[in-house]
Design a protein around this ligand. Structure first.
Ligand code: AGP
Length: 609
């Protein structure tokens, strides 16, 4: 989720690409840089931190150029430092490149290049790509020929943008998976990772297709296929205003981020399942540590706490590893009993939640091993933990957490499988789990198609005064998360609990004004859920079922029903059910005229107690 910008034309390219970066600021970044064609060389300026750090250097003297590329980085490989910031040079500084995405085979490529005498100055996969392209350029042909040959050697999901001092008025771009948009101006050409950066300069854009190469000059834009054949350039005219363009055309960031989840699943898994179908988690504890761990304590807040419940479910069912989940605010003041051989896991999207950070410091003071599951690289919790697994979900803008939750649960699944692999836990079919994880992005894409059905249900129940969220097993954890979503953006009171808990009190709340959302994705216990459904209906409540496409039982009893694709593992089917629950909260909030991305009383990161 980096920001990419490029311009070639008669205006001052440096000013334009810096302005473009500022228009991509919402995508999040932790460092930024620019490369422009000076007289006989490529000038690269890059700074960690805020965009203004780069701006201060750029504006410290008069600079102008007619071709430039710029990048704001959301780090995935290597800390956010000046050295790791993009652009990166090849061995001889003939070319400079910027990159968005992940190059999975950069380890092997780096080893080969080191043997050829190459030198590297960063920990990034991007620098490796620069050297591969520079190497190809040295074999002859123009820049686009070299890029085309080089891209065939790279594996992963990426977008690359390259300039060469030998062809100063040209920018070449290669799109493998990460987005790239081209802008067609009058006597100028430009590109960006997202449409908002182009709108002030042109509304005629071309969204690059996967596995194509673009050649931008002042005069024109050409698009080539993987064999160098010309493809038609078919611009579309964008009518969006700038604000809606930053949301990718979605009305709210929350809706955009719900729809991003299939891509986020791919990103979270990226580089963590090798070509042999084994889980490969870099940077966690050495293998022998897992045999010492006698208990896991998961400590987090809100949605991250609900992800922790899913982690507990997996650790106990798959690994038989005793696991507790604590609210950070309770943990830090509860004088917890901690086994010296326990592992403390801190889940946090922002990595700045005060209660979670305080709980982390408490554990460190007691010399407990700490592991972070965090989205924001360079955040306090990520820095304080002994080890951190990043969710790689990209910036989450909406206060209501959606894609980060899915990514957190996925990281728990990867961690559980990693431990099962290391300890050869009997009965855990890692290969079958990996197959299902690799299918999950497609299943999530199918689950997105429930949006229209959910919208229709919302129209029928929009005036409800109280919403129950109920389920059993993993569905019980999803019930808590679905309830939180509805509370925080539609301001509807909810009652959430395991379904079997209802008759111990909450059932007294049920009357004909109440709706009850039942998660029933596990066929092995659906009969128990159905008896709870009947308890609600007997008292006049309206029941909405969330079940799988293979269910034939819930459809017999519920008043309203949403179906999600079924995974081989109930745990993953339950996880997929979060998508209709997110849509439910979103569309109920919309029907009730609520402010969605910035709900009242709440903040995206609770950095105070
Ligand atoms: C979830 O939608 C809320 N935004 C909130 O509960 C959030 O999950 C909680 O504050 C924890 O934030 P963190 O993940 O950044 O630590």
């Amino acid at each position: 989720m980096c920001g990419i910008a490029g311009y070639v034309g008669p205006k001052n390219a440096i000013e334009i690409v810096f302005d473009q970066l500022k228009r991509l600021e919402y995508r999040g970044y932790d460092s930024a840089g620019i490369a422009y064609l000076a007289d006989d060389h490529i000038e690269v300026i890059k700074k960690a931190g805020k965009l203004s750090n780069l701006g201060d250097v750029l504006l410290s003297e008069q600079r102008s150029a007619h071709s430039a590329i710029a990048h704001s980085r959301w780090a995935t490989h290597g800390a956010p430092t000046d050295g790791n910031a993009h652009p990166h040079f090849d061995e001889h500084e003939d070319i400079a490149i910027i990159h968005n995405g992940i190059i999975e085979n950069y380890h092997e490529l780096r080893e080969d290049l080191l043997k050829q005498g190459h030198h590297f100055y960063s920990q990034t996969d991007t620098e490796i790509a620069a050297h591969v392209i520079g190497d190809e350029l040295g074999k002859g042909g123009n820049l686009e020929d070299a890029v085309r040959r080089a891209v065939k050697k790279l594996r992963g999901a990426f977008a690359l943008v390259i300039v060469s001092k030998k062809e100063p008025n040209k920018i070449v771009a290669a799109r493998n998976a990460s987005p790239l948009v081209l802008g067609i101006g009058c006597g100028e050409s430009m590109l960006a990772s997202d449409i908002p950066a182009l709108l002030p300069y042109t509304r005629d854009v071309v969204v690059m297709e996967e596995n194509t190469i673009a050649v931008l000059t002042e005069e024109k834009i050409e698009i080539l296929d993987g064999e160098g054949r010309q493809l038609p350039v078919q611009p579309q005219h964008i009518e969006w205003d700038l604000a809606s363009a930053e949301r990718g055309g979605f009305e709210h960031f929350m809706l955009k981020e719900i729809h991003e989840q299939p891509k986020v699943i791919t990103q979270t898994l990226s580089g963590r399942i090798d070509s042999k179908g084994k889980v490969r988690l870099d940077g966690v504890f050495s293998d022998h540590v897992w045999a010492e761990i006698d208990r896991v304590n998961i400590i987090s807040c809100g949605t991250a706490y609900h992800a922790g419940l899913m982690g507990k479910h997996l650790f106990e069912k798959l690994l038989r590893l005793p696991t507790d989940v604590y609210y950070s605010s309770e943990f830090r003041y509860g004088d917890p009993v901690l086994s010296p051989r326990s592992l403390a896991v801190f889940v946090s999207q922002s990595g700045e939640t005060a209660d979670t950070l305080a709980a982390l410091k408490l554990c460190k003071s007691r010399r407990i091993r700490t592991l972070g599951i965090v989205n924001v690289i360079g955040s306090s919790i990520a820095r304080e933990c002994d080890r951190t697994l990043f969710t790689q979900a990209g910036p989450e803008i909406s206060v209501a957490s959606t894609k980060a939750y899915t990514a957190q649960v996925l990281v728990f699944a990867l961690l559980a499988l990693h431990i099962a692999q290391v300890q050869e836990t009997p009965g855990v079919r890692v290969d079958e789990w990996v197959d299902e994880l690799l299918r999950l992005s497609d299943l999530a894409e199918d689950a997105l198609s429930t949006e229209e059905a959910v919208k229709a249900i919302c129209a029928k129940v929009k005036d409800t005064s109280l919403a129950f969220f109920l389920g059993r097993g993993a569905d019980a954890s999803l019930a808590l998360e679905g309830a939180l979503k509805l509370k925080e953006i539609a301001y509807i009171p909810t009652q959430e609990s395991p379904a079997g808990e209802m008759k111990h009190g909450p059932l007294a709340l049920v009357d004909e004004s109440v709706i009850a959302v039942f998660g029933a994705t596990d066929a092995s216990i659906v009969d128990k859920v159905i008896s709870n459904v009947r308890e609600v209906q007997a008292r006049g409540g309206t029941v909405i079922g969330v079940t799988t496409t293979e269910d034939r039982a819930m459809e017999q009893v519920t008043d309203l029903l949403v179906r999600i694709p079924k995974s081989k593992f109930e745990f993953l089917s339950a996880l997929l059910s979060i998508i209709p629950l997110q849509f439910f909260a979103y569309h109920m909030a919309k029907l009730r005229g609520c402010e969605i991305d910035q709900p009242r009383n709440l903040a995206k990161s609770v950095t105070v107690e």
